[in-house]
Design a protein around this ligand. Structure first.
Ligand code: AMP
Ligand code: MG
Length: 353
């Protein structure tokens, strides 16, 4: 009996020794926002408080969503799209920052990312269930309506002078290609501000932000979806205080007469981007960069995308490209953070220097 008691005491003391500490319990909160399931997980040992805090974050996300949704009639984006060219007041500095940063990415990517693609997105039926293939003449007219340089955004001069946004009559915008990334950065900032050092913010549809590392101090290991078999991961990327975003033809699409039409459109043609790529994954400390650039590089294709990566070291990002013939390319900066997943070890990975 005494022996058992001693063993129990020993086990207890071992658990409290440095190095033998138990991981804090994960606190997980799931919500539906921005058309997708969001999962926020934090490890900080303060279960009750953290759950309430993560709940507040999902409410914040819902609030942002209500301003950005292109389909909700009470949203800011809907108001701009239906103002007939008139100015609409920007509701707050967060929405202003998103618009400002999104337009700047449109410019940097030479319009491969274009937030005014919305009339074309609607025409293909990607906002609802009724998909259709517009005629070549219709596509020509739609392509003429895509031009981010026509978005007017006045300066933000504080709460009293919020500034406004305007679009020419007939044009419409949609922040779907960047909103999740922007939201990821926003939430990660709040998580860090309250002192949480280990969290994983999954914004759904392949935008994920790692705050710090896993509780044991090792990096998070995040799978990259195989576009040919969306139920499996072909690679694993290690993330520590870093984000990752994927744009893939497999994420939203329809088929007609044996042809697959996906939701990422080429602003020049208003049709699904046929660049030879089926997925682009971007890794960067900035989730907005991941989200915006994964869409833009998908449009650009491998050659122009790799050139863009070389030309823009200031954007601090790395890329994994998958071509329609199944070739895998990754940029050199992922060395030590990228590995092929189980079952894919024999695949060749070409490194872009
Ligand atoms: P993502 O899933 O981040 O690649 O964004 C794709 C979404 O952004 C689509 O569902 C459209 O709503 C919109 N979109 C499609 N093509 C573009 C484009 N070239 N630039 C900006 N937004 C786009
Ligand atoms: Mg995107």
């Amino acid at each position: 009996m005494k022996k058992r008691l001693l063993c129990a005491l020993l086990a207890l003391s071992l658990l409290t020794l440095p190095g033998c500490k138990r991981d804090p319990e994960p606190v997980e909160v799931t919500a539906f926002a921005m058309d997708t399931v969001i999962q926020l997980t934090a490890y900080d040992g303060n279960t009750g408080g953290t759950r309430a805090f993560l709940g507040e974050l999902t409410a914040r996300l819902a609030e942002l969503d209500s301003q950005l949704s292109a389909t909700r009639e009470d949203s800011f984006v809907y108001a701009v799209n239906h103002a007939g060219g008139e100015w609409v007041e920007v509701p707050d500095s967060t929405v202003f920052a998103l618009l400002h940063d999104a337009l700047s990415l449109c410019e940097t990517t030479g319009g491969a990312l274009d937030i005014t693609a919305y009339p074309a997105v609607k025409a293909w039926g990607f906002t609802g269930e009724e998909h259709r293939v517009p005629s070549p003449a219709e596509l020509e007219t739609l392509a003429e309506k895509i031009d981010y340089t026509a978005v007017a955004l006045s300066d933000w001069a504080g709460e009293r002078h919020r500034g406004g946004a305007a679009l020419p009559q007939g044009m419409e915008m949609d922040l779907g290609a960047v909103a999740k990334g922007f939201a990821g950065d926003l939430l990660a900032g709040e998580v860090r501000d309250v002192g949480i050092t280990s969290a994983l913010l999954d914004l759904g549809q392949s935008t994920i932000v790692a705050v710090g590392s896993k509780p044991q101090g090792t990096p998070w290991r995040i799978g990259v979806v195989d576009p040919a078999r969306p139920g499996s991961y072909f690679a694993v990327v290690e993330l520590e205080d870093c984000a990752m975003g994927t744009s893939g033809g497999y994420q939203r699409y329809f088929e007609q007469d044996g042809i697959t039409y996906w939701h990422i459109l080429d602003p020049d043609t208003a049709a699904p981007a046929r660049s030879g790529l089926v997925s682009v994954t971007v890794v960067s400390p900035c989730a907005l960069t991941c989200d915006g650039l994964s869409t833009a590089l998908f449009v650009m294709g491998l050659e122009d995308g790799a050139q863009f990566w070389q030309d823009h070291p200031e954007l601090d990002f790395e890329v994994i490209f998958v071509t329609e013939t199944g070739e895998i390319y990754r940029t050199a900066g992922l060395e030590g953070r990228f590995s092929l997943a189980e079952g894919y070890e024999d695949r060749e990975v070409k490194v872009l220097e």
